[in-house]
Design a protein around this ligand. Structure first.
Ligand code: G
Ligand code: G
Ligand code: MN
Ligand code: NA
Length: 254
């Protein structure tokens, strides 16, 4: 309860919630092709908190919609700032599965895109597969509403949820992000390697972008290239960085 009150304050404060950005790169030349927004909470007493410390509380309260809006506002602010510098890379935002039960979401997204002057194609929502099994009508409606706007959808942590492959075809998804546990497991587990390899093939067959998450070693990078993977995210390439750092880095690249 104390945390809820503090979160309410954080949402009204310009300084407490902020984003780190984590690039996705092309494996071949390490060029940044998109940035993922990762929210952090600069708590007045407890210091910098990661989402594991507060997202569940947010999801179980009436703060989810304002929180989602706040993160989206920050992320689109970043996008607008990059675009003014001539850097045209999509920004991806992680969505709580419960946000897909909010039928107002597409209208909120449309409003914020308009305010920031960012085209819908510049926004990617990362959703987890688990949303596929509930498939309540409102979820379909919200996903369809987002698709109609032209927002892109990525399946995050692919392979770890309750997978419904029909989800990939019924919901028009643009991208699959292979969960980090499979990438980490590749070197010691033939099964993990097989899952990575076949997910890359699946993505290619379905015409989807495939991003390997959590790439930390050059051996993993080589294996992924060998499997025909083109995109990756991970500490080998970048750590999540503050917005100002990312802006300076990308500014130098144009
Ligand atoms: O940034 P970090 O590695 O701590 O992320 C931990 C988890 O928090 C990841 O699963 C990530 O998807 C999630 N996460 C990061 N930012 C957001 C956000 O803005 N909203 C939601 N719902 N989850 C987020
Ligand atoms: O669930 P999601 O994929 O959104 O989680 C994002 C989280 O994964 C972020 O907190 C980010 O810091 C973390 N992450 C991204 N790349 C790596 C990596 O290469 N190694 C490790 N250990 N964590 C990573
Ligand atoms: Mn993610
Ligand atoms: Na992920």
């Amino acid at each position: 309860l104390a945390m809820l009150a503090e979160l309410r304050e954080a949402l009204a404060d310009d300084d407490q919630l902020f984003l780190l950005l984590h690039p996705t790169v092309v494996l071949e030349d390490c060029r940044t092709v998109s940035v993922e927004a990762l929210v952090r909470w600069r708590h007045p007493r407890r210091g910098e908190l990661t989402p594991v410390h507060f997202v569940r509380t947010v999801e179980q309260s009436d703060l989810l919609a304002p929180f989602t809006r706040h993160v989206l506002d920050l992320a689109l602010g970043v996008s607008a700032r990059l675009r003014r510098l001539g850097v045209d890379v999509p920004v991806s935002v992680n969505l709580s599965p419960r946000s897909l039960l909010d039928s107002e979401l597409p209208a909120v997204v449309a409003d914020l895109l308009g305010r920031h002057g960012v085209p819908a194609s510049g926004l990617v929502f990362e959703i987890i597969e688990t949303v596929a099994i509930s498939r309540q009508p409102v979820v379909d409606e919200v996903l369809a509403g987002l698709r109609t706007l032209g927002v892109q959808l990525a399946v995050d942590d692919f392979g770890t949820g309750f997978s419904a492959l029909t989800f990939l075809t019924q919901v028009l998804v643009d991208e699959i992000k292979i969960d980090r546990t499979f990438v980490t497991g590749m070197s010691s587990s033939a099964e993990a390697a097989a899952i990575v390899r076949t997910t890359i093939d699946l993505g290619r067959e379905l015409g989807l972008r495939v991003v390997a998450e959590g790439v930390e070693t050059t051996a993993q990078r080589k294996a992924l290239v060998g499997f025909g993977c083109q995109l990756a995210q991970g500490f080998l390439f970048h750590r999540p960085v503050p917005v100002d750092v990312m802006v300076r880095t990308l500014e130098d690249s144009v």
